[in-house]
Ligand binder design. Structure first.
Ligand code: GTR
Length: 432
């Protein structure tokens, strides 16, 4: 009996130890995520105007010729990887044009972008709507979508994506494939008629055409399929790099379409696709205006702030998004030679809009605001005005000029309110 008791006692103690250590482990993990401003340790941001040799720059020429290329390279080496050039054999096939979309208000075009000589995979499909009434070439809003082109509208003429798509019951994505029922399931994020009404074209493509979003997605994405063409190994760039590269290929198409004004293309992106939009626009200055919606960690939010998602967390949840070097900063963001305000500075002097959502604490709204704020010195070199305030504005009160910022009420999302601000912003800067 004694032996029996001792056995159960040991077993009981063993269970307690196992349970408590795993609980502690979970607590240690959780405690890495901070939502308390008071707990943020002091940090020093790298100065965008200080050259790596310590010298400070003071002119726009020095920025463009010396500092900008250095900073872009630091982001390539430490965060997003190489950004391959336009493939020589890139070509397009406009597969369908229909001028009866939205009751004749819009012209729908679907364009296959072939990345190699062969007119087959690998390719990306652009869905485009143009205002039906436009006489002159129109400005464009462009951005990638999350679940396939057919999800952005109920328009039955949109080709159904055939690629791998993340399963989602509500969006009717089953067995990792889009179904007919998935049409229009993301239409709330894409106010097509509103965009057309304001005289803009909309161009989008499914991000999974470039790389399916899971750790092994590179095996079928452009990092693999384009390896022999670009000469760039798969580990020299990440999934965000692949998506960003696709945005530049959309831009390539815009330059060939006489119905649009390729000098007035606004690049947009929500969340992880906001990160991709920023990286694309940093590399590709053909994008005239840059919009980042709730892009958070690895997007517009400062990494040195310990609030919401962290470098460690993002690298753990999404090991395929960035290059391996980025993981070296998991526990030491202060050692990163750049921070996200410098990524935003790479947009200068182009108009830049950064947006947050009040309930989107994970993306660190204040960190996004400070990212924008700390890009101001570079914009000032060009005589361009930034936010014009030092503190975060009230919700739904956009601030700024060439750099603009808002925090809207509500959750992590891209809403009609957000699009309305971006259209106003583009109208103002394109002097429409
Ligand atoms: C989250 C991720 C964020 C953001 C978001 C999204 O899970 O942690 O960095 O990118 O996904 O893309 O919706």
């Amino acid at each position: 009996m004694k032996y029996f008791n001792a056995f159960w006692l040991y077993k009981f103690l063993f269970i307690i130890i196992v349970v408590s250590t795993s609980a502690c482990g979970a607590m240690a993990q959780d405690s890495l995520i901070n939502y308390d401003e008071g707990k943020i340790r002091p940090y020093t941001l790298p100065d965008p105007l200080q050259l790596p040799d310590g010298k400070r720059i003071s002119t726009r020429q020095e920025w463009m010729q010396k500092q900008r290329p250095e900073m872009l390279q630091l982001f390539a080496d430490n965060v997003y990887g190489t950004f391959p050039a336009k493939p020589k054999e890139l070509h397009f096939a406009v597969s369908a044009i229909d001028s009866s979309a939205f009751g004749g208000k819009a012209i729908r075009k679907q364009i296959s972008v072939f990345f190699t000589k062969a007119s087959e995979e690998p390719f990306m499909e652009i869905l485009m709507y143009l205002p039906g009434s436009a006489k002159a070439p129109v400005p464009v809003l462009t951005g990638l979508n999350f679940y396939g082109n057919q999800t952005i509208s109920n328009d039955p003429g949109i080709n159904l994506s055939k690629q791998w798509v993340r399963n989602d019951k509500e969006k009717h994505i089953e067995n990792n494939h889009a179904t007919e029922a998935s049409r229009g399931t993301d239409a709330g994020k894409w106010p097509v008629e509103e965009i057309i009404k304001h005289g803009y074209a909309l161009a989008t493509a499914y991000y999974g055409d470039l790389e399916p979003d899971f750790p092994d997605g590179w095996k079928t994405g452009v990092r693999s399929t384009m390896k022999s063409t670009t000469g760039i190994d798969v580990d020299k760039w990440g999934a965000i790099g692949a998506w960003a590269w696709g945005l530049s290929r959309i831009m390539d198409y815009m330059e060939t379409d006489p119905a649009v004004n390729a000098k007035q293309v606004v690049i947009t992106g929500h969340s992880r696709l906001g990160k991709a939009a920023l990286w694309a626009a940093a590399n590709d200055t053909r994008f005239a205006i840059v919009v980042s919606n709730n892009s958070g960690e690895g997007g517009a939010a400062l990494s040195r702030r310990w609030f919401g998602e962290t470098i460690k967390k993002i690298n753990t949840s999404f090991p395929h998004w960035f290059v391996a070097t980025y993981k070296q900063y998991n526990d030491n963001p202060q050692l990163l030679p750049v921070d996200q305000h410098i990524l935003l500075s790479l947009m200068a002097p182009r108009p830049l809009y950064i947006a947050s959502a009040e309930d989107d604490k994970w993306a660190d709204p204040r960190g996004e605001f400070l990212g924008a704020k700390n890009a101001e010195p570079v914009y000032a070199l060009f005589g361009e005005k930034g936010l014009g305030v030092n503190e975060m504005p009230a919700v739904n009160h956009p601030v700024g000029e060439t750099i603009k910022y808002h925090i809207r009420t509500g959750k992590h999302d891209i809403t009609l309110y957000d699009w309305e601000q971006y259209i106003d912003f583009a109208d103002k800067h394109f002097k429409k």
